[in-house]
Design a protein around this ligand. Structure first.
Ligand SMILES: [Mg+2]
Length: 307
């Protein structure tokens, strides 16, 4: 049985509205060889159908809803597994509302068991309502921990982590964050990949561009992980993390030949490592869960001699 791939999208397949060079050929090779794959995203706003349309417009046709697993689907899976028939007051967009509806987690503005925070524009009025429900005992759940998300090389937007942090501050309650790097996201994605492949692939590899989410989550569930340098991580920063990827690649293009031939390269790490041109050169924690990340902050403070 072939290796199956869980693949992050932003920074791996595309950046902004541009396909990363070689990404279309990589997906084509997986399709042609029957290699199981599933795209994973922390963005809870779009539905899987929306993502298939986006990929088609970017130049990767032939994908359908079953090829995508979002943090919204993960949230719906989590609630239907751990608390069937619960209800939720939802701060989020179509992808989250649809996913919850499909799992029979109904919207409740009278006595919700959960406040679920997802990506998207959130009004002060909805935040106030959510605050009141949490004070009355509703549990606080966020689809993903991203404080901000890249929109372009010079622009970001607030993420679900930022909205959850607002409610954490106002209520004194801690949110539970699903999505990457939460192991439940990787666990359910692996189950879905096995369903797609009709049997469990021998190896499952996570391919991602972010150490704190893609690589950390994979390591923590015992999954192999390939870091690509086409997104948010610079090669010189990788050594600062306690957890390390199985391989480092310039981009997914490095894997196309391997997928075609079915033979794993002997090289642990691509020899072609270029500067990544990162758009994530931004101060502050990118994810609400990053305070639990064990990496050395940069720049390193100067050593001072104790007197
Ligand atoms: Mg990414």
């Amino acid at each position: 049985m072939k290796t199956g791939y869980l693949i992050d999208m932003d920074g791996v397949i595309y950046r902004e509205n541009q396909l990363i060079s070689g990404a279309a050929e990589f997906v084509e090779a997986m399709n042609a060889t029957g290699t199981p794959f599933l795209f994973l995203t922390n963005n809870s706003a779009p539905t899987p159908e929306d993502l298939a349309v986006r990929m088609k417009h970017l130049g990767i046709p032939g994908l359908s809803a079953r090829h995508f697993y979002t943090s919204a689907l993960n949230t719906a899976d989590f609630l239907s597994e751990t608390h069937p028939n619960c209800t939720a007051y939802v701060l989020g967009e179509g992808g989250l509302l649809t996913a919850l509806h499909e799992r029979k987690i109904h919207n409740d503005a009278i006595s919700p068991s959960y406040v679920v925070v997802g990506e998207g524009s959130i009004s002060a009025e909805k935040l106030t309502k959510a605050h009141e429900w949490i004070e009355r005992g509703a549990r606080l759940l966020a689809t993903n921990p991203d404080n901000w998300c890249p929109v372009s090389s010079e622009k970001t937007r607030p993420g679900a982590g930022a909205a959850a942090a607002y409610l954490e501050a106002s209520t004194g309650r801690r949110a539970y964050y699903l999505g990457k790097p939460n192991g439940y996201m990787f666990h359910r994605a692996r189950v879905k990949l096995a369903e797609l492949a009709r049997r469990e692939p021998e190896n499952v590899v996570m391919i991602g561009d972010t150490m704190e989410t893609d690589i950390r989550g994979a390591v923590e569930v015992g999954m192999r992980s390939f870091l690509v340098l086409s997104g948010s991580t610079r090669l010189e920063d990788v050594g600062d993390y306690v957890y390390q990827p199985t391989r480092i690649l310039e981009s997914v293009a490095d894997l196309t030949e391997e997928v075609k031939t079915g033979e794993t390269s002997d090289h642990l790490t691509s020899s072609a490592v270029a500067s990544s041109g990162s758009y994530a050169a931004k101060s502050g924690y990118r994810h609400q869960t990053d305070h639990l990340a064990f990496h050395k902050p940069r720049p390193r403070p100067a050593m001072t001699k104790q007197l």
